[in-house]
Design a protein around this ligand. Sequence first.
Ligand code: HEC
Ligand SMILES: [Cu+2]
Length: 416
Amino acid sequence: MPCGSLNLSKFFNSVNSTVSWKLVRTMKNISNQLASLLSRAGIFAGAWVATAAHAVNDLPGGPAVNQLNLHPAATKIAQEQQWLHWFMLILCTVIFIAVFAVMFYSIWKHRKSVGHKPATFTESITVEVVWTAVPFIIVILMALPATKVLVAQKDTTNADLTVKVTGYQWKWGYDYINGQGEGLSYISTLDSSHRAMSDAGKPAGDDYLLKVDYPLVVPVGQKVRVITTANDVIHAFAVPAFGIKQDAIPGFVRDTWFRAEKTGDFYGQCQELCGKEHAYMPIHVKVLSAEDYTAWVAAEKKKQLAKADDPSKVWALDDLAKRGEKVYASNCIACHQASGKVAGSIKALDGSSIVLDADKSKQIAILLNGAGNGAMPAWKQLSDTDIAAVVTYTKNNWSNKTGQIVQPADVLAARK
Ligand code: HEC
Ligand SMILES: [Cu+2]
């Protein structure tokens, strides 16, 4: 390329579209071979873990057994990040080898014992210019493609779908605030069977601690803008296959985006230490085809309509307690146990004077406002019916046979 007509942006575009694909392929080959070599070495160390515990397999879209390489990319951005990763690693390795080769060769070749006399000159303008110019060019060569990807990563404009992701201790809230599915809103928590496995110290399955009740569902090939924030402490929303990771900070709004190139399940985890159950708030993104996504949105909307309970509805005790059992299983069991008994600093609900109290407003107030300086979280975000249901359930389960029923209207009144 003649130097006078060097057009950098054109140059890098052409690098990206032609040369880079060959490079990506060779780099991938090198990296795969490297990874398999290393993992074979790692198998010795890993073998006892695998046999002692249980057989696990790779989880597509999630972690792989003895994984050393980055997750297979499911977005263009992740692909480019991996290209950069290998590009820089190889560049640095080549420089490292070249510099040290020259150094060791010179030391060896010009050693005193074979009669070499030290040169007496000092300062060489040529050498100084070369060792300033060459690294400068190398740095520019690294910075240009990196900047290009960085700028693309930050460009959250023109999204097809916008989802607000809220970090809670310890679950994720997903609100579809723009695009197809607007208005959908739900909480995604770890599957309770996985918590039970963890409590029992018996991990099982390839998706151990990655299974959730309601995954984040998005359409394939569309630009999804993710707005992150948090309700309590700092969390971080990250999905390695998409190449995204964004802190979710209380009181602040940050954003990132991805465009999944294939359908399937992709997994991530909270990546900012956020408390004792940091490891129990996985992220599961389900990427659907356009038709499946449309069908999913329609079904969810229907469900939401059915669920949009009329807070003035008067419930029968049995129906409400049955619903409360579900609310309890997904929200309260982590602390209060299925048995409702004392567990450390967690007060028992079975036999609790507050739960048994004929004055229902006491327990409603605890649920709406929390207690023990936040040790018992506030549950304002649950619907009136869900709060009424779980209160009714606790008042009529275990040895608590009060026969009391709390209606959604009682909760609605207490909110004011
Ligand atoms: C993060 C753990 C945690 C979760 C989840 C939790 N609680 Fe609690 N809860 C506590 C703690 C700790 C206390 C004791 C607070 C105190 O010191 O007064 C408590 C106290 C209570 C009390 C008062 C008991 C008494 O006798 O003082 C009630 C009622 C209660 N929780 C109901 C619930 C219900 C219903 C849910 C589910 C919607 C729930 N809790 C979820 C931790 C939790
Ligand atoms: Cu977290």
